[in-house]
Structure formats: structure tokens, C-alpha cells
Design a protein around this ligand. Structure first.
Ligand SMILES: NC(=O)c1ccc[n+]([C@@H]2O[C@H](COP(=O)([O-])OP(=O)(O)OC[C@H]3O[C@@H](n4cnc5c(N)ncnc54)[C@H](OP(=O)(O)O)[C@@H]3O)[C@@H](O)[C@H]2O)c1
Length: 180
């Protein structure tokens, strides 16, 4: 199964601005790119905080063809939000979740943040590609792309300017080193 992180960030590496949760800073060009690229995946994963911030938008777009999995250590608290086959709250380890999704026949999975979930999947060596939008913004403070210190190596696979914008779309593949 191919697993990609999809995120939008400021040029200085923040996925949310200052202490304002959400992705209101993203451009129309990114919103279009985001909605299009999601259609190329067959499962989506995000963290509970991202779910809470975007709950209304996420719930408005639920579908059986693109199930959503929300990572939380307390899935029971979200039983009332569960929609069978469309929205599940899971406390699996990232590796166990990936195995479960693979066993269910999913082939392309998008990890949609936030910062904690990016780090969790990267630390566990489960990410194949990063598909990153760079918005022409500087925030100085905010939620960083990663929650933990790390040192991963990447290969650039694509760089393009999104149409009629100053927004860059960068695609990187993780270089997975053999385990020592
Ligand atoms: N610009 C972008 O592309 C983008 C994308 C996504 C999100 N965001 C922004 O990023 C911010 C949220 O990011 P965040 O890092 O604060 O939170 P997050 O990664 O969305 O969610 C963190 C939550 O995930 C759950 N979690 C973490 N580790 C886990 C584990 N090992 N097992 C099970 N569950 C686990 C925990 O939920 P419980 O506390 O319930 O256990 C934790 O509180 C928001 O402002 C959001 O708008 C931006």
C-alpha cells in the first residue's frame, strides 16, 4: 500500500498559523489541488485534534468510497460520531492500522495530519511520499509540520507552481534506509 502525507504549510514550515487551529491560510489553488488529489486515494487518516478542528467539513464529505480513520487513544469517547464504513475512531498503532487497511484491500492511503500524526507515521517508517503545498506566507509561530525531532532523507520527485498562484506543490519520496 502506498501511503502519502498531504499537507499545506507556510514557507517557514507551519501547518497552522500562530495559535489559530485550522487551514484558513491556504490558497484557492491549494483547496482545488487538495480536493482533486483526495479523489486519487481510497482511505484517509488524521489525528483527533485535526478531526475536531475540521469536524463539520469532514462530516459533510463522508462517503463509503473514501473512508476516514481518526487516530485517538480514546475511541470510546467518539462512538457517537462513528459512521459505519465511513468514519472510524481507532487506537491501533500506526503499523497495526496500516496492516488492517491493507488487509481490507486499500491500496492508496493519505495521512492528513496534524503534526503529531505526521511524526507518528514518519517515525514508524510508514510513509512513502510527502505531497506538500508551500504557501507564500511566513508565520514565525504556529503548529510545525513535525511534532518531534527527526532526520529523514528525501528524494524530490516533482515541483510545480499551482495554476494562477504563487503556491508551490512539492512531491518527495522518503529514502528508506535498511535497518542496521
Ligand atoms: N495545513 C495542513 O495541511 C494541516 C493538516 C492537518 C492539520 N492541520 C492543523 O494541525 C493542527 C492539529 O495538529 P496536532 O499535531 O495538534 O494534532 P493531530 O496530529 O491532528 O492530533 C493529535 C491527536 O492524535 C491522537 N494521537 C496521537 N498519537 C497517537 C497514537 N500513538 N495513537 C492514537 N492516537 C494518537 C491523540 O488524540 P487523543 O488526544 O484523542 O488521544 C492526539 O491528541 C490543527 O491546527 C489543524 O488545523 C493542518
Amino acid at each position: 500500500m502506498e501511503i502519502s502525507v498531504i499537507a499545506a504549510q507556510s514557507l517557514d514550515g507551519f501547518i497552522a498559523k500562530h495559535d489559530l487551529p485550522g487551514t484558513d491560510f491556504t490558497s484557492e489553488a491549494d483547496k482545488l489541488h487538495f480536493s482533486r488529489i483526495l479523489q486519487t486515494f481510497d482511505a484517509l487518516i488524521f489525528g483527533r485534534l485535526t478531526y475536531e478542528v475540521s469536524r463539520t467539513a469532514i462530516r459533510a464529505r463522508l462517503s463509503t468510497s473514501l473512508p476516514r480513520f481518526v487516530m485517538t487513544r480514546n475511541p470510546g469517547a467518539w462512538a457517537g460520531d462513528t459512521v459505519s464504513g465511513q468514519l472510524e475512531f481507532v487506537s491501533d498503532t500506526p503499523a497495526a492500522l496500516v496492516t488492517r487497511l491493507r488487509d481490507r484491500g486499500f491500496r492508496r492511503c493519505a495521512v492528513l495530519g496534524g503534526s503529531q500524526i505526521h511524526s507518528l507515521f514518519l517515525e514508524n517508517n510508514l510513509i512513502d511520499t510527502l505531497i506538500i503545498t508551500i504557501e507564500p506566507r511566513l508565520f514565525g509561530r504556529g503548529v510545525p509540520f513535525l511534532h518531534q525531532r527527526m532526520d529523514a532523507k528525501l528524494r524530490l520527485e516533482g515541483a510545480e507552481r499551482l495554476p494562477a498562484s504563487d503556491t508551490l506543490l512539492l512531491t518527495y519520496r522518503l529514502i528508506k534506509l535498511p535497518r542496521a
